[in-house]
Design a protein around this ligand. Structure first.
Ligand SMILES: [Zn+2]
Length: 144
């Protein structure tokens, strides 16, 4: 997302364009790869020490509520944030905590068809997000 797009996204969601919100969203775009709140705070504090931690947390929550970003939960119960809101799955490495986005339209179709045929009573499926757990071989030491 470039700066213009970022502004547009905020305006479209009816959110006021504040310097703090711009910093948080730009940071999310820069760090990529599903950062934790701590990582986001650490990154922001380096360049903008005047932004309060509480503001950063609140801003993240606001973005989640407005569908600008998504929360991702890992096996370790640590909340991570995802700027990619297009439907995708995650390949999660439980050795190094790296999360890779996994896009697969064929799989999406297969899953939807499968559950359509199962006819779950009293449950409407909105979306199916898989977290595929494993480790990279050879194991990559990536920061994610
Ligand atoms: Zn993702």
């Amino acid at each position: 997302m470039n700066k213009e797009v970022v502004r547009k996204v905020l305006v479209e969601k009816g959110l006021k364009v504040t310097p703090q919100r711009l910093v948080v969203i730009n940071t999310l775009n820069e760090i990529q790869n599903h950062p934790t709140a701590e990582k986001i705070i650490e990154y922001i504090k380096k360049n903008h020490p005047n932004i309060a931690v509480g503001t950063i947390y609140r801003t993240l929550e606001t973005f989640v509520e407005n569908g600008i970003i998504k929360k991702v939960k890992t096996e370790k119960d640590v909340m991570r944030y995802d700027v990619v809101t297009d439907h995708h799955h995650h390949l999660y490495c439980n050795e190094c905590d790296y999360i890779e986005n996994y896009f697969d339209d064929e799989l999406d179709q297969l899953l939807m068809d499968y559950f359509k045929s199962k006819k779950l009573p009293e449950f409407n499926i909105r979306e199916i997000n898989l977290q595929i757990v494993g480790s990279y071989n050879p194991h990559k030491q990536k920061q994610g």
